[in-house]
Design a protein around this ligand. Sequence first.
Ligand SMILES: Cc1ncc(C[n+]2csc(CCOP(=O)(O)OP(=O)(O)O)c2C)c(N)n1
Ligand SMILES: [Mg+2]
Length: 588
Amino acid sequence: MSEGGEGLHLVWARRVAAALADCGARHVVLSPGSRSTPLALAIAEEERLSLSVVIDERAAGFVALGQARVTGLPSVLVCTSGSAVAHYHPAVIEADAAGVPLLVLSADRPLELQSTAASQTIDQVKLFGSHVRRYVDLGVPDEPAMASLARMIASAHLAALGPRPGPVHVNARFRKPLEPVGEGRAEDGGRRAPAIFLPRLQASDDAVMELASRVRAAKRVVVAAGPAWGTAEPARARAERLRAAARVFARAADAVVLAEVTSGLAATGSDEEPSALGALGPMVDCLAPADLLVQIGRPPVASRFGAYASRAGARVVVVDGEAADPDASADVWLVGDAADLLGRAAARLASLGPGDGAQGRRAFADSARGANARLAEAVLREIGGGELTEPSLAHDLVSRLPAGAFFLPGNSSPVRDACAFGSFAMKDITVIHQRGAAGIDGLFAGLAGVRHAAPAGSPVVALVGDVSALHDVGSLAVLASAPGPCVCVVVDNGGGRIFEELPVARTKAGQAHLERLFLTPPPGGAVGALASALGITFGRVDSRRAFAAAFEAALASGAPAIIEAAVTAEASRAARARLRAAFEAGRE
Ligand SMILES: Cc1ncc(C[n+]2csc(CCOP(=O)(O)OP(=O)(O)O)c2C)c(N)n1
Ligand SMILES: [Mg+2]
């Protein structure tokens, strides 16, 4: 028998591919290599798996993240042995922190080649340390183990899905020859992977009662929704479920729902809304402290949220990811799916009656509705005019998103601006964010991944900073081949302007070194030249009108496009100051 057994590698790899598909995996992102040959061939043959090929494993990792964020299913990453695997690490870290399912399937050498100076051979065992939910070593293909192979894959897939979704590392070893030998002659004595039915993390009746009782006694109830956790459920369905439950709860509790864009909960705040659905950041400056603050999702992005939360009478954190309580100020952790908990608490409130605080809550909700309307008006007024600034850009972009679109606000200022100035314009859109580890990395790749997994007719749009764009130029080739309407708006504001807001920028040393050490303004024209070279439509705009025209044209083109929006830091600063003053004036 040859080193690998005749045909055994391919039969083994086919069993892996079939098991992945049986478990429900849909997307595979493969980076080329030799050691992964059996896996590559088997996956290409498996018709139930949709395969993308991405050369750079770092980009591939973020493509898979984008896909998984849309589908709620682990996307599968396949690569060769050696440093290739390590390039997945940033995406694995983000998946871990955000709770996004991901399955890394790395090819490896057999154990006897470890520490022998064999080429492309490194120690891949538990390479991602505590950042993965589980490490599984499949060993080398082996006929007696074939019967257990599908089960091993199913267990890994299950660990990626829950109880808390996240990354899993499966290491698959192969001996040479890697190419098919005597194809198909080895017996596939394997079994199919089991079908998996997942539970939903349900809060206990005690937790539901605790929330309902606290609401009944409170006079000012606020639900603050920060970035949504990753999920083993399609992003759109999950957001709809949460939105519906929050509405029912808000109506039953007369609660004020402060939802930032990243929560998936933000909505129009129209008259039909029974609750005051408002932009979290500006609103916290307008509201009296809550008696009862219920936080769902991750800690909100708005920097002023912490101060508002610290004044709350009681703070309840709904734990359906990690216990999101970084400043250790929560009084209660209610563990369970947020939508389930809010929906059941609303039903409990209906049966118990509104309690002593009902009148106060109604008055508070009315005043919040008024404040929200005034803030929305202030945004429209102060953002007005033709000047393209960071606030007007974020607002215009969110307003122009077609219903059904997927939107990715990049980290640093874009996500903050989208939350502060875009929340007033939210419609039926699905927001995908990268707030797990809040990296500025992989945003072009993530956008391409969302494009792969989103329905063909749904436009996909991102807003990213200029430094973030330069950080991920390696992924432009991936973006270039993304199928369908896919628009990335890059904010050219002369570098990482968020650093100007940090205390260091107000120190003498910080000022002396601000540009070189922090702002790092990217070379003008670089992203445009690279994008054009790769066949991505590129345009640069410097007014609101030009942005509107370029954006509509890019959406209509049905192909990947980058729009560079030139804004000056001064004009954006002035716009922010005007808006802040208007918000102050809008307080009661
Ligand atoms: C991978 C990674 N590296 C570095 C950082 C630190 N960082 C945070 S914001 C930022 C600058 C971002 O600049 P840009 O994308 O232009 O956004 P702006 O601040 O101008 O809104 C950097 C380098 C990070 N968050 N992630
Ligand atoms: Mg910038």
